[in-house]
Design a protein around this ligand. Structure first.
Ligand code: NAP
Ligand code: ZN
Length: 347
């Protein structure tokens, strides 16, 4: 085992504490990564709130990070020490099921190994995430960070970015598509940037009218204030694709009403049961879908696309010692648009 340092939930309390952690010794197909920057995803907040603090279920959040390879296993040929890399929210999969065979490891029938809170396929241990100075990962699930992408601002691409990229691509978003993005947070602001870069006419939907200037700066053509019934009514059936990134349970009805005939509402935000009046789908033959994370080919393609178009997240970079402040502010929706932790203070 090797020892590193990270931020760990140590009980049902919602504060993380700096603690030493163990990482496995490298397997032949592993690389060791010095984690430099890790984004703070709303899922981390959900996980910290849900954590029971049982000693056998350690929680170290963090599933979108960038860093530098420090060591490679004996069979690794894709990386050498010194390479800049990025890691997202899945770190292994079975590799042989139908989903893995088509490059959708995120839908692995044997369940992909999550970057934290997952179960390692070989030793059964609980995976500990990227709020730490070192991560050991199977080389297939690390991506070379393209030159030109700022490593701090690129970290959120590995969860927030890929989670919205896959549905945008799967739904054929491009020039002529009318896209709306509901919830202008970490996922939402990247969905706007990516949809705009794909050539789509893009609208942001937010509770906050004061995000209108930001929405335009991100490339959106306009912003609908979701708390204003008149604005929602005015936008009825206006969009081919609505990407819903809202982090709290909510009624899908108002968002389905914005979808045009044969269009799709892709709900990638809060993951939980929803109630849908089927007539909301019936009228206009609308579709409801979801997505999460991304397969290896799509993740690599998304990174290339972002490098080509100069897309990274709008971030507020904080020393990792301020992780609890970041989680607290994220809870209060006080972020534009992603906190990223600088882990160098753990050295
Ligand atoms: P975030 O940065 O906190 O953004 C969420 C946005 O949702 C907020 O900025 C806010 O936008 C809106 N919102 C929050 N509470 C709301 C409420 N009660 N009613 C209406 N709108 C509300 O969070 P994030 O990191 O983007 O994550 C968004 C959600 O996606 C989380 O639930 C997260 O767990 C989930 N997620 C899913 C996947 C996946 O694999 N599918 C991956 C990553 C994250 P406005 O201020 O603009 O209204
Ligand atoms: Zn995430």
């Amino acid at each position: 085992m090797r020892t590193t340092v990270g931020w760990r939930a140590d009980g049902p309390a919602t504060t993380l504490r700096r603690m030493s952690l163990e990482r496995r010794d490298l397997r032949p197909d592993d690389i060791a990564v010095r984690v430099d920057y890790c984004g703070v995803c709303h899922t981390d907040l959900h996980a910290v709130h849900a954590h029971t603090g049982e000693s056998n279920a350690a929680l170290v959040p963090g599933h979108e990070f960038t860093g530098v390879v420090t060591e490679v296993g004996s069979e690794v040929t894709r990386f050498t020490a010194g390479d800049p890399v990025a890691v997202g929210n899945i770190v292994d999969s079975c590799g042989v099921c139908a989903m893995c065979r088509v490059g959708q490891e995120n839908f692995c029938h044997e369940f992909p190994t999550l970057t934290y809170g997952g179960t390692d396929r070989h030793d059964g241990s609980t995976t500990l995430g990227g709020y730490s100075r070192e991560y050991v990962v199977r080389d297939q699930f690390a991506y070379l960070l393209p030159a030109g992408l700022d490593p701090a601002a690129a970290a959120p691409l590995l969860c927030a970015g890929i989670t919205v990229w896959e549905p945008l691509r799967a739904l054929g978003v491009g020039p002529g598509t009318r896209v709306a993005v509901a919830g202008l947070g970490g996922l939402g602001h990247l969905a706007v940037k990516l949809a705009v870069a794909l050539g789509a006419g893009t609208t942001a939907i937010s509770r906050s009218a004061d995000k209108a200037d930001d929405a335009r700066r991100l490339g959106a053509h306009d912003l609908i204030v979701s708390t204003d019934p008149a604005q929602l009514a005015d936008a009825r059936e206006r969009f081919d694709v609505v990407i819903d990134t809202i982090s709290a349970p909510h009624d899908l009805g108002p968002y389905l009403r914005l979808v045009a005939m044969d269009g799709t509402l892709s709900h990638v935000g809060h993951l939980g049961p929803v109630t849908v009046q089927i007539t909301e789908l019936l009228v206009g033959r609308k579709k409801l879908s979801s997505a999460g994370s991304g397969g290896r080919p799509a993740t690599a393609a998304m990174l290339d696309f972002c490098a080509e178009h100069g897309i990274t997240a709008d971030i507020e970079l904080l020393p990792s010692a301020r992780v609890n402040e970041a989680l607290d502010r994220l809870q209060r929706n006080d972020v534009r648009y992603r906190f990223v932790l600088d882990l160098s203070d753990l050295s």
